[in-house]
Design a binder for this molecule. Sequence first.
Ligand code: EPZ
Length: 429
Amino acid sequence: MDRIRIIGGRPLNGTIQISGAKNAALPLMIASLLTDQMLVLENVPRLADVAQLQRILNNHGVDVMVGGKRPGESTYDGQTLLLSAARIVDTTAPYELVSRMRASFWVLAPLLARMGEAKVSLPGGCAIGTRPVDLLLMAMERLGAEIEIDGGYVVARAPNGLRGGEIVFPKVTVGGTHVALMAAALAQGATVIENAAREPEIVDLADCLNKMGAKIEGAGSARITVEGVSRLNGARHRVVADRIETGTYAMAVAMTGGDVTLQGAQAGLLQSALDVIGQTGADVTATNEGIRVARNGGGIRPVEVTTDPFPGFPTDLQAQLMALVSRASGISKITESIFENRFMHVQELARLGARISLDGDTATIEGVSRLKGAPVMATDLRASVSLVIAALAAEGETMVNRVYHLDRGFERLEDKLTACGASVERLSG
Ligand code: EPZ
């Protein structure tokens, strides 16, 4: 298993190209199941999760080709995927595949909408909490699906097709909103989704579905309406910039000091996080190129933050913020309101010298003046990268084990950081 060795204490200076968003690319790839024509996705990040979803889609009969580079594309552009689901050969998504990546459960919606049936394994537990799928199933039922659980599988049927309906989510759910959109796009009649997730990745999926011929209005607000159509076409779509990658590198600079331009980043996708980074004492400026983050000299100030659905502070940046304020001059409080148990990084940050105590869903972080490198290990993607950030600011050597978590969600992490002056090296085996 690969490890990453980081020698900390160097500021970051230079430019980092922001990749396409993993959490937009995955539902967009799944949307290819909705049409027999080709869906072309540009700016797809080269990540382990993307490769894994390609295998899952292959299993359903989707032909995935990787497009060649075009003149004018820089080497840092993401890949272009050409997805063609001319014929669905299998409507079952087996446990071995779904248990490795939760988002693959979302294939339920397009399979059901297009084929009238789907059998998808329940995803099982994951490192950041129980993460049920009850609301996703409720949404499918509201559109007329009959659902039963059999042998660990969700067996969903709509022999006469789905029909529009009213879906009221009691809690904001990104996955629930994604599947509701995909299913409603091909249902007969109108659907209203209330208390919809407003995340930029929802807007990106809705934009792509509309290019494919769907009739969706209101994406990005809490009320989305969908007028179902009988078929969808192929389209070409560019994946939105990754706001979590953007926030992660912004926090890295806020922690190590230096001056970095995050090229292609869009401030509007993560304003609440940029505001918090500003409160810690870094200068954050939106530019024509992207976002410039700098911290020269001054210390890190403590903050009090609660994670919330968009436009609130994202749970996917909670661990990174905790790393950042572990060196603040004062006491910070971070409350996690989305996932219970998303604090697996706390014990590992403590190994680097952070002082963090947990009380229910709130972490109290007493800033320390220095962190010291140590061997650490992480249990999920964002927790892993919080350790990388802390290691960049720690004295001496940190070895981050279980790097495969990072490969699931951060494209060319070592290259991007090394180009800005960090000492980050991947050790194989
Ligand atoms: C998406 O997960 C993201 N994943 C997560 O990113 C992200 O943390 C999360 O949204 C919140 O922003 C992808 O986009 C692939 P939810 P999702 O449904 O859709 C509860 C990362 O690191 N809930 O919005 O699975 C749930 O338990 C990942 O990239 C139900 O109770 O999250 C949670 O408390 C991690 N029943 C809350 O809703 C349901 O049926 C929000 O979850 C569904 C969800």
